[in-house]
Design a protein. Structure first.
Length: 364
């Protein structure tokens, strides 16, 4: 009898722990792996997506020598460039999702673009995708009955730096729960005066997208948002670049993903670069550490500097910026923890793919 009760208690405790872990996972993008880190980024050598691996979060080794992990023109069907890569695990841990800015300044010669790319993979190597050209208007979105943020979508000038946040509480019209919040800055010069932050939702298949909705408007241009949920204070924290005013990476908080988002804190921000411009922030935590690391690109200098600085467990009190090491052409990107199996798989693929590409180059 006592043995039975102990068994029941142990089972109940394990169940409660699993439930707690599950709930914690659902509160934000799934974190998994205690072996190393993947830096998935736009390369400064070209408008394509590259990988780098690290065991400590600071010192990296390029995958495939920093060359493209896939052909950008295959996935970026508007302009052929995949900029500002953001990667995350799929909500159920059975795959990976990525979003990129569909943009190629080398071809267009302008800092405008018209859409984003949604990519999905089972192994971090082979990717499938869909492209959303926002100029095509409401017909491309999966909720045509929703209100439109613009009278005319064909005059959209840019859709920049999309990122992903899994929201288990989002409810679709058919009652299905759970969706990926895709947030990005957007500008339509015919109907608004500056870049503002918007969001849509992608379904679990990562192939359908809802119409844009305004996330917030602070009365001036904002781009390159990076949202994280902090267990330390139970709030959502956003790192963001203000276009204009004092240069730097600022922080704002909200009680929920959709806000309300108060204006940034003015006296506690990433200000190490003086009057030099910086953007493209990405916050991540080191394994076994409840404080944060904030990566960003300082692009006024030649060459540019991709920094990683420290922040406390409240994503405040920024300090100790250092340059990332071992990455060829680091630029706007994101970080994801890896298991040993994933890390080794990418190392093996890097070696094999480097040899394959070298052989193809010899044959030309």
């Amino acid at each position: 009898m006592i043995k039975s009760i102990l068994t029941m208690r142990r089972t109940t405790l394990i169940g409660a722990l699993l439930l707690a872990l599950s709930t914690g996972v659902q509160a934000q993008n799934l974190q998994k792996g205690n072996y190393g880190y993947l830096y998935c980024h736009m390369s400064d050598r070209g408008e394509y997506t590259a990988y780098a691996l690290s065991r400590d979060g600071y010192h990296y080794e390029d995958v495939i020598g920093g060359d493209p992990i896939f052909d950008p023109e295959e996935h970026a069907r508007i302009e052929g460039g995949t900029r500002d890569a953001f990667i995350a695990r799929s909500y159920n841990g059975k795959g990976y999702v990525m979003v990129t800015t569909d943009m190629c300044v080398r071809k267009s010669k302008v800092w405008d673009n018209y859409g984003i790319d949604l990519l999905r993979s089972r192994d971090l190597i082979h990717w499938e995708s869909v492209t959303f050209d926002f100029r095509q208007g409401p017909a491309i979105f999966c909720n045509p009955e929703a209100p439109d943020v613009y009278r005319d979508f064909s005059t959209i000038d840019r859709v920049w730096a999309p990122q992903i946040f899994w929201n288990p509480d989002y409810q679709w019209p058919d009652g299905e729960k759970g969706g990926y919040m895709i947030y990005y800055s957007m500008l339509n010069r015919e109907e608004e005066q500056y870049d503002r932050m918007y969001y849509s939702y992608a379904d679990k298949s990562f192939t359908r997208l809802t119409k844009p909705q305004l996330l917030f408007d602070w009365g001036y241009a904002t781009i390159d948002a990076d949202i994280n949920y902090l267990e330390s204070d139970g709030l959502y924290h956003m790192l963001i670049k203000k276009e204009g005013g004092k240069p730097g990476i600022y922080t704002a908080t909200a009680p929920s993903l959709h806000g309300p988002w108060g204006e940034p804190v003015e006296d506690d921000y990433v200000d190490f670069e003086g009057r030099k411009k910086c953007e493209g922030s990405s916050a991540f935590q080191l394994m076994g550490d409840d404080t944060w690391r904030v990566a960003y690109i300082e692009y006024s200098s030649k060459p540019k500097n991709y920094r990683i600085c420290k922040a406390d467990k409240y994503l405040r009190n920024f300090s100790d910026p250092v340059n990332i090491e071992g990455v060829t052409g680091p630029q706007h990107g994101s970080f994801m923890r890896l298991t040993k199996k994933e890390y080794k798989r990418l190392q093996r693929w890097s070696t094999k793919e480097t040899k394959r590409r070298a052989k193809l180059a010899e044959q030309k």
